[in-house]
Design a binder for this molecule. Sequence first.
Ligand code: 2IT
Length: 444
Amino acid sequence: MDVNKILADLKEKHPDEPLFLQAVEEVLHSIKDYVAAHPQYDQHKIIERMVEPDRIFTFKVEWVDDKGEIHVNTGYRVQFNNAIGPYKGGLRFHPSVKLDTLKFLGFEQTFKNSLTTLPMGGGKGGSDFNAKGRSDNEIMRFCQAFMMELQKYIGPETDVPAGDIGVGGREIGYMYGMYKKLRKENTGVLTGKGAGWGGSILRPEATGFGAVYFVEHMLKAHNMDIKGKTVAISGFGNVAWGAVTKATELGAKVVTISGPDGYIYDEEGFNKEKIEYMLELRASNNDVVAPFADKFKSAKFFAGKKPWEQKVDIAMPCATQNELRLEDAKALIANNVTLVAEVSNMGCHADAVNAFIANKTIFAPGKAVNAGGVAVSGLEMSQNSMKYGWTGAEVDAKLHQIMSSIHENCVKYGKDGSYINYVKGANVAGFIKVADSMIEQGVC
Ligand code: 2IT
């Protein structure tokens, strides 16, 4: 495989898709030695076939706000690769969403879903809708209008969306209601549903919980324990909330969360009351964390800053892509960080990842660390197919097992002397299953 040629061709074809190119570049660099040692992949042009999404849908979403004004947004669904199962992946509602964003996320999702051990292909979708300041009724009307179009392209056996940034239980509810009305069916077409109407217990917590379970495995592989460790977390949405909750429960001291407005440092660490307040902040639709410092005396707000300047043992970026850059990685390394677990999809800029690896910092990529979310989505699909529901303890046990298996696979393909290169391990392990399935299923 000529990585440089494939990347140059892609760049020429998609010069305006920097995120997609960044995601592909990271994967190709980490799998190139493995591919070179296994000529069947080149023979079957697997890489060239893998970097091209199966299909992309783009549609118009029209809706009316509370004042009667009409708005127009763009909706997308990228069906990236279904070699190992139905397309599966979240919907992101955020003003920054472009086709580039969803192609990068769909590409990442293909490898991540392969790592989960469950039969799910990769897909992603969303819209440039901005929920900030919108009423619940406006959000409902937008979700309904979005689903009126999206329903043409999805189905429980073909493509199963879920949440991502800006799409949580509330939005999934409104979209599911409209799907059901249009299609006259109660099926597992979306995951992240309410526990009372087909959702899996523990799906809201799964991404954050799974991430902390993965961190536990990383620490254990290096003869350490999470208890007593200080943790910097960014973001304050669903994923950050799950991570703060589980890390706190296991005896770690979480000292930061963040929003687009800045970050909160709380020297006393989080507790139940503070964790509950995170949910309140999020439900306010204001996208800020500053009010946290007004409510809790021990909390300080740092406007416009990122948490990575604080001295901590563990850093877990849980907000969005490229939120941790080279200067942040340098600050963490200078402060002797023990471990960095990327929880957001491509949360660390490539330069930052390279700095961690060069420094032999224990570092794992999002597609391994955050795979617990989509894994429990896969378990939700299984429960829906069986018309059955597992208990929280059953789902949690399966989540534990999946995170353990992902860690094992990362070590298997990423061990480099005494250092575990989790980036290489995750990319190679994710690649093999998809690539072999494509070969077995022929050119189609
Ligand atoms: O990035 C992700 O893995 C998600 N947003 C969850 C996808 C899913 O289908 O649960």
